[in-house]
Design a protein. Structure first.
Ligand code: NAI
Ligand code: MG
Length: 356
């Protein structure tokens, strides 16, 4: 059956890495006789330039009418001085909200061949295999008020951290569902010693845990979690946490793999469509140079095939191809190691294609 995919390349390196990932998708389509119907749409700074808004209604419609969405990245210094509602990141926040993508899943596995590129010692990171489940549509990124105001007559600003119980419950449940299929441990990360939202988060996590007797639940304070992630990352299996903590911890976790350029993510809703994207940003410092690492986006396509289309075999083939390419020593600059072959974005894509 035909699968409709909305493709949103975005800004900076977005178009380059998405073009690479689309080549891989087309290779899979041809080899396995699938039919992917691709519709491109604008999001981010490029959309603001064209239409005055970072998320045009047409893009929302295209996404809602698709079976899955692939996104590159948005943002860049060019748009930094725009008013908030025209800024690229607003496009990203809005599409998550429009599609109710409440759970962001970020797997972090350490590739053996990349262990040397990590700033951490090899024995600490070898064998790391964890997943950060980040709440994506609530918390301080969405709470109102969020504004500059006078506080006791003096200039200041306010942001609001708020959660409805239901928002906590559904994302924690997602984490338990994932843990059920793995080594069966959930670490719920919060700041319950200080924040009321965290105390409620902790209570709800414990309630959800009662429904999953096979899965161990542990609570951890976020500052400790940040430390444990670099001290002993192998203790973690599934980490579930609120929006901002998850944003920070998952970037920290990405270092374990050697590079931001390696990590894929999926964002899930109750009924789909799901959105897939690399976890890195638009890397304006290297945009347009054909040197960005396309593997995170290629691995996002692999996640899409597995989660949205149940194409487990095809997903695994892409992952193995990536692994083989790394084992053969091909590297973009961000993961370069001694005695490796430096390749461009397009050359890396070609190597993955050959392996497939
Ligand atoms: P970034 O992730 O774009 O870049 C951080 C560093 O990692 C840079 O040195 C960059 O060159 C490098 N890097 C990132 N992806 C890479 C890749 N695929 N291959 C090789 N190197 C890579 O984060 P930064 O610099 O903080 O933000 C740049 C822009 O991206 C900002 O406008 C920010 O708002 C936006 N951003 C967008 C996100 C998204 O679209 N999901 C997420 C994070 C940031
Ligand atoms: Mg981030």
């Amino acid at each position: 059956m035909k699968k409709r995919i909305a493709v949103l390349p975005g800004d900076g390196i977005g178009p380059e890495i998405v073009a690479g990932a689309m080549k891989i998708l087309q290779t899979i389509e041809t080899l396995y006789r699938h039919q992917f119907e691709i519709t491109y749409a604008d999001i981010g700074g490029c959309a603001t330039d064209k239409t005055g808004t970072p998320l045009p209604n047409e893009t929302i419609t295209i996404c809602k009418n698709s079976d899955a969405i692939l996104l590159g990245a948005v943002g860049g210094p060019k748009w930094d001085s725009l008013p908030v509602e025209k800024r690229p990141e607003q496009g990203l926040l809005k599409i998550r909200k429009e599609l109710n993508l409440f759970a962001n899943i970020r797997p972090t596995t350490c590739y053996e061949s990349l262990a040397a590129s990590s700033p951490l010692k090899e024995d600490i990171i070898a064998g790391v295999d964890l997943i950060v489940v980040r709440e994506l549509t609530g918390g301080i990124y969405f709470g109102k008020p969020s504004e500059r105001r006078l506080i006791d007559g003096k200039p200041g600003a306010v942001d609001t951290l708020q959660y409805e119980n239901e928002e906590i419950e559904r994302v924690v449940e997602k984490a338990f569902e994932i843990a059920k299929t793995r080594s069966k441990k959930v670490t719920s990360v919060d700041k319950a010693n200080v924040l009321e939202t965290s105390r409620v988060w902790r209570e709800i996590a414990s309630q959800v845990a009662e429904k999953y007797p096979d899965v161990i639940l542990e609570h951890m304070l976020v500052d400790n979690a940040a430390m444990q992630l670099v001290r002993n990352p192998k203790q973690f299996d599934v980490i579930v946490t609120e929006n901002m903590f998850g944003d920070i911890l998952s970037d920290e976790a990405s270092v374990l793999t050697g590079s931001l350029g390696m990590l894929a993510s999926s964002s899930l809703s109750a009924g789909g469509p799901y959105l897939y994207e690399p976890i890195h940003g638009s890397a304006p410092d290297i945009a347009g140079e054909n040197i960005a690492n396309p593997l995170a986006t290629i691995l996002s396509v692999s996640m899409m095939l597995r989660l949205s289309f149940q194409m487990e075999n095809e997903a695994t083939i892409i992952e193995e191809a990536v692994n083989n390419v790394l084992n053969k020593g091909f590297r973009t600059r961000d993961i370069l190691a001694p005695n490796c072959t430096i390749v461009s974005t397009t050359e890396m894509v070609e190597e993955v294609e050959k392996e497939i």
